[in-house]
Every structure is written in structure tokens, then in C-alpha cells.
Design a protein around this ligand. Structure first.
Ligand code: ADP
Ligand code: ZN
Length: 433
């Protein structure tokens, strides 16, 4: 039996949802126009006023907001309420350049907790569960975001944050954690450490995990599920919009339901800005329609994905986004060919035999781009003969070359060479920059 946190919203009819979205959108646009000079100027330039925005169909009249706008107005230029109403600040981890800061009113925190509560409930959690939070606490939204959701559900929250992996495993075992959340790369690191400590998945009680904050493949999901003995769910979000919980997976696991009553999603052609029909791959754009302190209008995420509105077996009517392949800024252009690190991950894990640790090293030699892929071999393989390692290298090279469409140099490295991470994995070292 599928469980919902808020059935009215999660299973609303299309007409109900559109009406709600239209109402909230027009209200948000008016509020932002009146309170944020930056938005008012942008709208005046585009020749739109709040009177032009009546429904979701009018969304396309509004100008886009880009990361650069957040930097230009740093720190508080896009806040839409006086600071005395702001009860929390978070900042992006700054993976791609200068950090930006976002704010929340008490109501915003409640909305956020609700979004995460829906995600947890969809993964099967209830108030009898123990929630081990190994996302970082602090300015990063991961830790406190899921913490708030788990408390709302009434779970017993264990706010471990990152670090000290051995201790984390003892806590999972001794405290009887049934749920966990962290980045998928940290989940693997936990599994690896557990093995070293001689603890098996039968010694722990984890049933499910919510993993996100970075791209990961279906193959990686299987790896995590088999090693930790749990069901792995995807969860998506970004600091600018609210944090984790913008979208979440249900039992069907064919895309993530977007919390549409709070965020309207569009896909656009990243080059022309043209809105694409649902089902076509493009850059995902979100508009916040319930946020008070930091409501972004048509924010360009740089995440490349697909929106799909199909009947879902879970009963939710919320639109789904397909797992983003990566950010447009993670996409490498190597000798003119587009490459996402996640394509490499998928090939490696399908072949088996290698540990799921890899890094792409891009350089430019004699005006030509070069790609080296360092792949960690599993400890068992490490003891194999040189001959078979050479064979392995060839097999990997062939598979990678044909998938990516360019030739890469493969370098097998010893177990534990590639740095482990407690947060987001560093998959690319681009020396061309
Ligand atoms: P930063 O921008 O500093 O990396 P954020 O935590 O705000 O910090 O990162 C949000 C980004 O992380 C998203 O825009 C997206 O690219 C990525 N992300 C988050 N969740 C997922 C997920 N489930 N799958 C793929 N990518 C994700
Ligand atoms: Zn569903």
C-alpha cells in the first residue's frame, strides 16, 4: 500500500493543481514586483507587469533568472521580505564558482520540511523509523533539509553529519538506523568501510536510503542496494530553489515527482531559451510559488533533464523529472564531443570487475584535447597477473570509446588511490582551465 504524506497535493487532479499553481504564481509575481527592485527592473525591461500574469500559461512572459543574477545581488538583493522575518540562511557549497546565499522564513522552513516529509513517506518511512542523516550540516542544505523532513514525519533523527566513517557505521549498527541519507558516493564509501570492519549488511537494520545532491546511475543504485542491503531512492534539489526535496522518487522509481504545488517546472532549449514540450530533454527551469524569503522566478538550473507527465503506479499525479544526466556545467566538451561523467560510470559498472571509483582527467596537448580515465580496480583483480590487467584495460577502453564516441586513455590504478568523499564526489579534473 502506497503511503502519502499529503494525499490532497500529491494526488490532486490536473485541473486542481493548475488552478492552485496559477493562483500562487500570480500572487508571487506581484509580491516580488513590489518588494524586490531587481525583479521590478527586469520585468519593466521585459515589458511585463503583475497584471499580465494570471495563469501558468503566462509564465513564459517572465524573464529568466540566472546564477549570475544571484551573484550580482549578493548577498541579500533578491530577498523579498525584511530581514527580521528571515530565520535561516544557507549557502551553496560553491561547486561551480562563487557562493550564493539564500534565506528562509519560518513558513519556508515548514514548506521545505513538508517536501522532504513527502519524499521520506514515499520511501516508506514513518514515525517508527530511525533516520541516520550523514549529509553535511551547516550552510549546505542537505543535512538540515532532510533533518526537518524526518522530524516532521516523527522519525527518530540521528544528526550525524559527515566525517568519521568508522564511527558512523557503529552508530548505524548500535542505534538501529532503518533509514539513511547522504550522497550516493558516500553511501559506497560507507559500504566499503563496513566491509573492512567486518560488518555485513545482516548486522545492520537499514531498509531504505535517500540519496542525491549529485548525479548517479542505475548501476550505482544496484551497487549501493546490494552492498548496504537497502532500497535506494533518488532525491533532487538545489540550494537556490529550497534544497533537497524539490523532487523525489516513489515506489515505481521511473523518475522523481516534482512538488508542483511549490515549484513550477519547465524545460527549455539552453541555447535559445525556447520552452520545450514535455518529454523533450532540456535545461530544467523552476519557479517558486510558495517561498516567501527567496522566491526565484524562472530560475535556470543548468541541469539537463526531461519532464514527463504520465500516469504513475504510485497514484501521485505530480509531474516527474527523469534523473538529470548532469549539469550543463559538468558536461565536458572533448574534441567537440559532449561527455558526461555519468556515462563513464554507467559503462564501468556494467562491465563489473572494477571498483566504482573513477576520475576523468582532461588536458590539452598540442592543441588537442586529451581524456584519461583513471579506474580503480577491485582488490581481487589487483592480485591478477599483468596480462589480465592489460586485457581488462583493453575491454574498458573499447567499451568507453564506443559509448562516448571518442578515444580515451584508460589507466587502471590500485585500490584506494582515488580519493573518497564525504560529500559530492570530484569526478573531473580539467587541466585545460
Ligand atoms: P552546489 O550548487 O554548490 O553544488 P547544491 O547542493 O545546491 O550545491 O547542488 C545542487 C545541484 O546538485 C543540482 O543543481 C544538481 O546538479 C545536483 N543534484 C542534486 N540532486 C541530484 C540528483 N538526485 N541527481 C543528480 N543531480 C543532483
Ligand atoms: Zn510515482
Amino acid at each position: 500500500m502506497e503511503k502519502y504524506w499529503n494525499k490532497n497535493m500529491e494526488c490532486a487532479t490536473r485541473d486542481e493543481m493548475r488552478a492552485l499553481q496559477s493562483f500562487r504564481l500570480s500572487q508571487t509575481v506581484r509580491r516580488v514586483y513590489e518588494n524586490v527592485p531587481y525583479y521590478r527592473e527586469r520585468m519593466e525591461k521585459a515589458g511585463v507587469t503583475p497584471d499580465d500574469i494570471h495563469s501558468v500559461d503566462d509564465l513564459k512572459k517572465l524573464p529568466f533568472t540566472m546564477k549570475q543574477d544571484l551573484r550580482d545581488t549578493y548577498p541579500y538583493g533578491l530577498f523579498a521580505v525584511p530581514m527580521d522575518q528571515v530565520v535561516r540562511l544557507h549557502a551553496s557549497s560553491g561547486t561551480t564558482g562563487k557562493q550564493i546565499v539564500v534565506g528562509y522564513t519560518q513558513n519556508d522552513l515548514d514548506v521545505w520540511a513538508e517536501c522532504c516529509a513527502r519524499a521520506l513517506t514515499a520511501a516508506g518511512a514513518d514515525n517508527k523509523d530511525f533516520m541516520h542523516v550523514s549529509y553535511g550540516y551547516g550552510l549546505f542544505t542537505g543535512g538540515l533539509g532532510l533533518h526537518g523532513g524526518a522530524e516532521k514525519v516523527g522519525m527518530t533523527v540521528i544528526p550525524v553529519s559527515t566525517g568519521n566513517t568508522n564511527r558512523q557505521i557503529n552508530i548505524i549498527k548500535d542505534f538501529g538506523s532503518t533509514f539513511i541519507c547522504c550522497t550516493p558516493s558516500y553511501a559506497l564509501y560507507l559500504a566499503e568501510t563496513m566491509e573492512e570492519m567486518g560488518i555485513t549488511k545482516d548486522d545492520i537494520k537499514l531498509k531504505a536510503g535517500l540519496f542525491g545532491a549529485e548525479p548517479w546511475t542505475e548501476e550505482m543504485r544496484q551497487e549501493i542496494e546490494s552492498k548496504l542491503g537497502l532500497k535506494a531512492f533518488d532525491i533532487y534539489g538545489l540550494t537556490e530553489i529550497i534544497g533537497p526535496g524539490v523532487a523525489f522518487e516513489c515506489s515505481e522509481q521511473t523518475g522523481m515527482h516534482i512538488n508542483e504545488d511549490n515549484f513550477i517546472a519547465e524545460t527549455i532549449d539552453p541555447d535559445t531559451g525556447e520552452v520545450l514540450p514535455e518529454g523533450e530533454q532540456g535545461e530544467i527551469v523552476f519557479t517558486c510559488i510558495t517561498k516567501e524569503a527567496f522566491p526565484l522566478l524562472r530560475y535556470r538550473t543548468r541541469d539537463i533533464g526531461i519532464l514527463k507527465r504520465e500516469k504513475c503506479s504510485c497514484g501521485r499525479t505530480l509531474i516527474k523529472m527523469m534523473k538529470p544526466a548532469g549539469r550543463s556545467d559538468d558536461m565536458l566538451i572533448i574534441r567537440g564531443v559532449n561527455v558526461f561523467p555519468s556515462q563513464v560510470e554507467s559503462v564501468l559498472l556494467q562491465l563489473g570487475n572494477t571498483a566504482p571509483y573513477y576520475q576523468l582527467i582532461v588536458d590539452r596537448v598540442d592543441n588537442t584535447d586529451t581524456l584519461e580515465i583513471q579506474v580503480e580496480i577491485s582488490p581481487e583483480m589487483f592480485s591478477d597477473t599483468v596480462k589480465s590487467l592489460e586485457d581488462q584495460e583493453k575491454i574498458i577502453k573499447n567499451a568507453i570509446d564506443s559509448t562516448l564516441g571518442i578515444s580515451a586513455k584508460i589507466r587502471l590504478v590500485e585500490p584506494k588511490t582515488i580519493q573518497r568523499t564525504e560529500g559530492k564526489a570530484v569526478r573531473v579534473i580539467d587541466k585545460r582551465k
